[in-house]
Design a protein around this ligand. Structure first.
Ligand SMILES: [Zn+2]
Length: 232
């Protein structure tokens, strides 16, 4: 075989190998048939999956979060990618706090409300509501849209400074000041909430009036399925 034929053959082999790898690649990042690792597949976003650690209203890792990953449906993941591109045109990036949430995590929240665990995070997340009232007042429910795989909690960071924008309250702050249209926050925060809402709306998500950080994909692919696959 002459050198030229050899090169052509090698090129063909490389092409075949590349094709095999690109077919295999999505299955490497797939978390399940329905959910993928969006933190890995969406370029440019930053993740800080709070329920996998201690910086959340329970003050401890939540059931079902075996690792800090952002799993989403393919559809939500691709819309999130669009949101990130839109944010970038404004010098911003998306910081994700929560994505898919296993049903067992939601069950853990409900049990915690009626339990007698210590409350190390009360001052940060729910200073004005007794734990036992969190369900009655609508802050915690036995089901969450997050379990359907197309709902995200997020904020924006300025790319230049790496700092989150002022949104008036922390994420998951159980208080009326977290309502997107609250008039009890300063102008800067009110403006930033609208910037986030506009970006998410343009990317195909709808806002939730009571939590400035919470968005659900319009036409979500699994509107009636509450997944319970642990995140690992
Ligand atoms: Zn949420």
């Amino acid at each position: 075989m002459d050198a030229q034929k050899m090169t052509a053959r090698r090129r063909l082999l490389n092409a075949a190998l590349w094709a095999v790898c690109s077919v295999l690649a999505p299955s490497i990042t797939a978390a399940s048939d329905e959910l993928i690792d969006a933190g890995e597949s969406v370029e440019g976003i930053v993740t800080d999956i709070r329920y996998a650690g201690k910086n959340n209203f329970l003050g401890r890792p939540v059931a079902g979060y075996r690792t800090a990953k952002c799993w989403l449906s393919r559809e939500a993941s691709s819309a999130l990618s669009k949101a990130q591109r839109l944010a970038e045109t404004q010098g911003l990036a998306i910081l994700i706090y929560d994505c898919y949430r296993p049903q067992r995590a939601v069950d853990d929240f409900v049990q915690w409300v009626t339990g007698d665990e210590d409350e190390p995070a009360k001052a940060i997340y729910y200073p004005n509501v007794p734990r036992s009232k969190l369900i009655d007042r609508g802050y915690i429910a036995s089901r969450s849209g997050h379990s359907r795989g197309s709902t995200i909690d997020l904020t924006l960071i300025a790319i230049e400074s790496g700092q989150p924008l002022n949104m008036g309250t922390p994420w998951d702050y159980f208080d009326a000041r977290s309502h997107t249209a609250s008039t009890e926050i300063d102008e800067d925060a009110a403006r930033n909430r609208q910037v986030l809402k506009r970006i998410m709306k343009s990317a195909g998500f709808r806002a939730y009036y009571a939590e400035w950080w919470h968005f659900t994909l319009d036409n979500e692919p699994y509107p009636d399925t509450y997944f319970d696959i642990p995140i690992e």
